[in-house]
Design a protein around this ligand. Structure first.
Ligand SMILES: [Fe+2]
Length: 210
């Protein structure tokens, strides 16, 4: 069984240039260096570079990238340091948690990110970007204060709003959403007559089942 990610090795065209970038700009801790490569620690993660004349001359056109963790206190300083180094920015952040998307001297796509898979899953559960998200075993990811309980009569209006807000994540025209409201609307009667359950995270309703 795989127990985790062991190390990452990147190919570099200019060992000195890359060594300086990862050591001085990203503040990785060098472990060893030789004529063909170097080992670093990024936090406690093993990161390697190998001199390789075949290293690509342009960034991958696709989204593949490596993301490194940074604390929220250090995010701004490190971001400034990276931008000042002249590193190219390859994407603006639009998702939960601070991120800076930049490239190293060989244009490997990198990211520094504040957060973890746990904060991401919690954020998705609070504000799903799609009603088709399938959740697997995320029991370790969510706060133990998630509660599933029957809905109360007086929550009908809130649940109706939640349903419409979820639907309106997608760019449907307003008149279509208005029509949806009649279908999605939850009434006190529904709650009294049907088994309606709500899920609460830290006391806030994040979803329901009717
Ligand atoms: Fe990422």
């Amino acid at each position: 069984m795989i127990t985790g990610l062991n190390h990452i090795t990147i190919a570099v065209k200019d060992l000195e240039r890359s060594f300086q970038f990862y050591k001085e700009i990203l503040e990785f801790k060098p472990l060893i260096r030789h004529s063909q490569g170097a080992y670093f620690l990024a936090g406690d993660f093993w990161f390697c570079m190998d001199l390789d004349s075949r290293t690509r001359a342009a960034p991958l056109p696709e989204y593949t990238h490596f993301a490194f963790s940074v604390s929220s206190e250090n995010f701004e300083n490190l971001s400034t340091q990276i931008k000042k180094s002249g590193a190219k920015i390859w994407k603006e952040n639009v998702s939960e948690g601070d991120s800076l998307y930049f490239m190293d001297p060989d244009e490997h796509k990198l990211e520094i990110h504040v957060g973890s898979w746990k904060t991401r899953i919690e954020s998705i559960m609070k504000r799903p970007w799609s009603d088709s998200i399938e959740y697997f075993d995320v029991s370790n990811s969510v706060d133990s204060s998630i509660v599933i309980r029957p809905a109360h009569d007086h929550e009908a209006c809130f649940l109706s709003g939640l349903a419409v807000r979820s639907k309106s994540y997608w760019p449907y025209p307003p008149d279509y959403l208005e029509k949806c409201y009649n279908v999605l609307k939850v009434t006190s009667e529904d709650i009294r007559n049907w088994p309606v359950g709500v899920s609460e995270l830290n006391g806030e309703i994040i979803g329901f089942l009717l």
